[in-house]
Design a protein around this ligand. Sequence first.
Ligand code: URA
Length: 209
Amino acid sequence: MQPEVALREVAQAVSVCTRCALHFSRKRSVPGEGPADAQVMLIGEGPGFHENEQGRPFVGQAGKFLDELLALAGLKRTEVFITNVVKCRPPGNRDPLPEELSACSAMLEQQLEIIHPRVIVTLGRFSMARFLPNARISEIHGQPRWVDDGCMIVPMYHPAAALHQPKLRPDLEADFARLPGYLQMQPGPQKPSVPPKKGTEAETQLSLF
Ligand code: URA
């Protein structure tokens, strides 16, 4: 099957999904968007108010900021795939519940399999936890690592977190600015350009390369 068609099928499945209680309150599901051959996939937390209205990811304040961050990496929104760990809005923008994350995980898995991006940028701790369950974002943000299938994971702060806590902004901007360099790297056990802090979990993981 063509990857574009496969992605549309996932989006269709998301739109009629009743696997968790979020479907009761959703206005529009937000499957994600972007080209099927995107090299970069960004994974956020879940739709907010505006995303729930429009059925598109990151279209509110955090989305405007995300566009600016992508520009720092020389990327346009139209060339990356943007999605979330949950595809329907948690009421009041609360954190997604474990049962919602697990109900929605099959959709994200399918998107990952279809797109197979070179670089996955996780935005915020819920998305990071899908790949690095015990990591602390403050310790490992911006540090790349490879997973089994040759994808590079780069955990980053969520743009909304940096809007609420301006002290996070320089780190988030610097992390995005490093993305072009990461895209040049070949899959495999290479040393990232930013060494992790001594004694952190990130250092332990990288020493496995
Ligand atoms: N925050 C997210 O995590 N995802 C969106 O789509 C919008 C805001």
